[in-house]
Design a binder for this molecule. Structure first.
Ligand SMILES: [Zn+2]
Ligand SMILES: [Zn+2]
Length: 306
């Protein structure tokens, strides 16, 4: 960067993962914690013996420093980093932790770099496969993420956490093993584990959207076509747009009245905090509460409507 004054207010949010053997997760945690504190980065970085999974926000310059520093560790030299421009930090604090898995799926089943996973499908191929219509498209996320936006025609697994997928797949898709099955998730990491599981279960033709929904949304050729609604993200933005074509539909509906909406809020009752889609008028009439009991609850969040 030649002129830092010009870019001093530009912030980035980075999203990255890699499955790679990490024998010293504790020391990697400490190093990341220290580097991020020193360089004003916020977000969430998980380290496990199977790899790294992270998302951080900071100024463009701080993010660039982090990227260089991350790649200086040979294990992460070729890591794929997705970057979005944002107007400020999208995380309140920094959270760096060692976990058993970088994304919780099946404790005790680490995904090694050698493990078979579904073939990675480029955005252009993904779009033409979806248009073909004879493939099974499985959303690899939870129900509430699906409800805000998803690929047209995708299956919605009625799960509240990623851990529930194996049981649901065994109960509902066991007779679909000869079909082409394609999975997608926000940034791609969940699909690595999900497609590995599908292959283990005996599905014959398994593919995954390379780079996830966020990469698909940036692809200049497909322009997010066939994505309806918004993409749920795990930071303060809550959602990001994906489909930049004219053929874009709102799929979210108000929890109270069913009107189309794309606004997710947390119930203002601090002892509930249920995340729900709400239309503008119900947000006001319910005072941002998911129920009458929550509206009159003793511990409520003070918020300013904007
Ligand atoms: Zn409503
Ligand atoms: Zn509530």
């Amino acid at each position: 960067m030649t002129d830092e004054s010009k870019t001093k207010d530009v912030y980035h949010v980075l999203l990255f993962y890699k499955f790679v053997r990490i024998d010293d997760p504790d020391s990697v945690v400490n190093a990341h914690e220290e580097f991020c504190r020193t360089n004003n980065l916020r977000g969430r970085i998980l380290l496990a013996p199977e790899g790294i999974n992270g998302t951080v926000s900071g100024t463009a310059a701080d993010c660039m420093r982090y990227e260089h520093w991350l790649r200086s560790d040979s294990r992460f030299a070729d890591i794929v980093i997705k970057s979005d421009e944002v107007s400020g930090h999208v995380f309140r604090k920094l959270f760096v932790r060692k976990k058993e898995e970088v994304v919780t799926f099946r404790i005790g089943h680490d995904l090694t770099p050698e493990a078979p996973v579904g073939r990675h499908i480029s955005p252009a191929e993904w779009k033409s496969l979806l248009e073909r219509g004879d493939v099974l498209v499985l959303d690899g996320r939870t129900g509430y993420e699906y409800d805000l936006g998803h690929f047209r025609g995708a299956l919605r697994p009625p799960v509240d956490s990623f851990r529930e997928f194996p049981e649901w797949i065994r109960a509902n898709l066991a007779d679909k093993k000869d079909k082409t099955i394609l999975t997608y998730c926000t940034g791609g990491i969940r699909c690595e584990k999900l497609t590995n599981f599908l292959l283990e279960e005996g599905f014959n033709d398994v593919g995954q959207l390379d780079g996830g929904i966020v990469t698909y949304g940036k692809d200049p050729e497909t322009r997010g076509a066939l994505w309806d609604g918004l993409c749920y993200v795990f930071d303060e933005r809550i959602s990001v747009p994906i489909n930049a074509t004219e053929d874009r539909r709102i799929v979210g509906t108000c929890y109270h009245c069913g009107t189309p909406t794309e606004t997710y809020v947390n119930c203002a009752n601090l002892d509930c905090h249920r995340q729900h889609l709400v239309c503008t008028s119900c947000d006001i009439s319910t005072d941002r509460s998911c129920s009458e009991a929550c509206r009159t609850a003793p511990r409520r969040e003070q918020f300013v409507r904007n």
